[in-house]
Design a protein around this ligand. Structure first.
Ligand SMILES: [Zn+2]
Length: 452
């Protein structure tokens, strides 16, 4: 990616929030790199160098600023970037994909060879994949040391360092700091929860986003009240499923979302924060979106496309939502959650005054083999419920295709369209990757593995 130094410097001088997260500025007189929105005095032009990523700035010897905190910068939206594949890989890394996988697995996931991935990465971010991963780990550790009261051992493991010793070594060589000096100003955390902040580019139509989530909130899985949203999360890592909850509050004065995670998600923090980013579309660039929306955005600037925390979940919700009304869908989903959802260890009151959070959304392995039509009644009329059941029964088999469709933060309607095409006519070509009773329903062209 080519950065124009003059434009970048103007953005730094005016603290232009549209550029937050799109580049970082390294200041040679201090050895520190900052977000363009940093509140410190604007450095002299001749001392500034601009980098596409935090990793590139660190590669050139700069340390992260403790004031603007580069780890809080919003990410990229998928629509606004030329190197989509490199960005998709970077997003996966940010969300903790590399916690249990290597570069080869990452390359396989986005469908390119390892060598090509390195080429893409160097062109887009100016660093190798491993350098990028190392920087993300350090920034996560910095965030955990500053924002939580987790012990250093936990911080090292949660950030993906194999041992505390390795963590200390890297921190000393890269930042010239020890965990304790970094923690000096850390706030006292509450033992059973972890609190973080996620930045965004203003404006953010939080009330509109919350309104969308509120009318679709499923009892036992989600809570919405007094401007806050909470829901349960199930995150898989290293063969273990971590279940807990997340609560989101908007802090307009600081232009961040305050994210509270239950302590049970301490081992999967990057994955959980990644899901929140996706759900709230925090990588969005509202200046571009609002320009395209024109008059439609006048009353509600900063609208986002709500994403999802899980591909399978959005598939189910989109199908049910397309067949029956939103109100009926809520009832059906609550019934499904009760019957097939994995329960939390104890009901959680993330938001006081709402029905407690009790279940995670039913996962693919626990999805009923054949969904009985009566489950959907009396919520909807017979013909509709039969159609709905047919769609839902076909879901698990076709989910390999859908997980890819839905992973990319697509709007609900588009997911639903893609899914409708996947559940279309029966194919006489069964997909070899999906055995079982639904096998003949998955047309070969819809399986990601067949296509690869
Ligand atoms: Zn700064």
């Amino acid at each position: 990616m080519e950065l124009d130094p003059d434009t970048c410097y103007k953005a730094v001088a005016s603290h232009d929030r549209r550029f937050d997260g799109r580049f970082f500025v390294g200041v040679s007189s201090t050895g520190i790199y900052c977000r363009p929105v940093c509140a410190v005095r604007t450095p002299k032009r001749e001392n500034c160098t601009f980098y596409e990523s935090a990793a590139a700035a660190e590669k050139h010897g700069f340390r992260p600023c403790l004031r603007c905190r580069p780890e809080l910068a919003p990410g990229h939206g998928l629509a606004d970037i030329s190197g989509r594949l490199a960005q998709a890989a970077a997003t996966l890394i940010d969300e903790g994909f590399m916690a249990d996988a290597g570069v080869a697995a990452l390359a396989g996931r986005i469908g390119v060879t390892e060598r090509h991935l390195h080429r893409l990465f160097t062109a887009q971010f100016g660093v190798s994949v491993l350098e990028y991963v190392q920087t993300q780990r350090l920034l996560l550790a910095k965030r955990l040391l500053t924002d939580t009261a987790l012990p250093v051992t936990e911080v090292a493991l949660a950030a993906g360092f194999g041992s505390v010793r390795r963590f200390n070594d890297v921190l000393r060589t890269r930042y010239g700091l020890t965990p304790m000096t970094m923690r000096k100003r850390a706030s006292e955390g509450i033992a059973d929860r972890l609190v973080f902040e996620l930045g965004y580019r203003p404006p953010l139509a939080w009330d509109a986003l919350l309104g969308f989530l509120a009318v679709r909130a499923v009892d036992g899985i989600e809570q919405v009240r007094d401007g806050a949203y909470a829901r349960t999360l199930a995150v898989e890592s290293g063969g273990t499923v971590h279940r807990g909850w997340v609560r989101l509050d908007h802090v307009p004065g600081r232009l961040v979302l305050r994210v509270t995670l239950s302590a049970s998600l301490a081992r999967v923090i990057p994955q959980s924060l990644g899901k929140v980013r996706r759900l709230c579309d925090l990588g969005c660039r509202p200046d571009i979106v609002d320009r395209h929306l024109g008059d439609l955005a006048t009353d509600v600037p900063g609208m986002r496309l709500p994403g999802s925390v899980d591909g399978f979940e959005i598939a189910v919700r989109a199908v049910i939502g397309q067949v029956i009304s939103v109100v009926q869908a809520r009832r059906v989903l609550a019934r499904l959650a009760q019957a097939a959802g994995d329960g939390l260890e104890a009901p959680a009151m993330a938001i006081v005054g709402c029905a407690p959070l009790q279940y995670c959304f039913p996962s693919l392995p626990r999805w009923p083999r054949c969904l009985p039509t009566p489950w959907l009644q009396p919520a909807c009329r017979q013909a509709r419920s039969a159609r709905c059941a047919r769609f839902l029964n076909a879901l698990p088999a076709a989910s390999c295709r859908w997980s890819r469709i839905c992973r990319l933060n697509r709007p609900w309607r588009r997911c639903a369209r893609s899914m409708a095409s996947a559940t279309g006519p029966r194919s006489t070509w069964p997909c070899a990757h999906w055995a079982g009773p639904m096998r003949s329903r998955v047309p070969t062209t819809h399986c990601v593995r067949c296509l690869a």
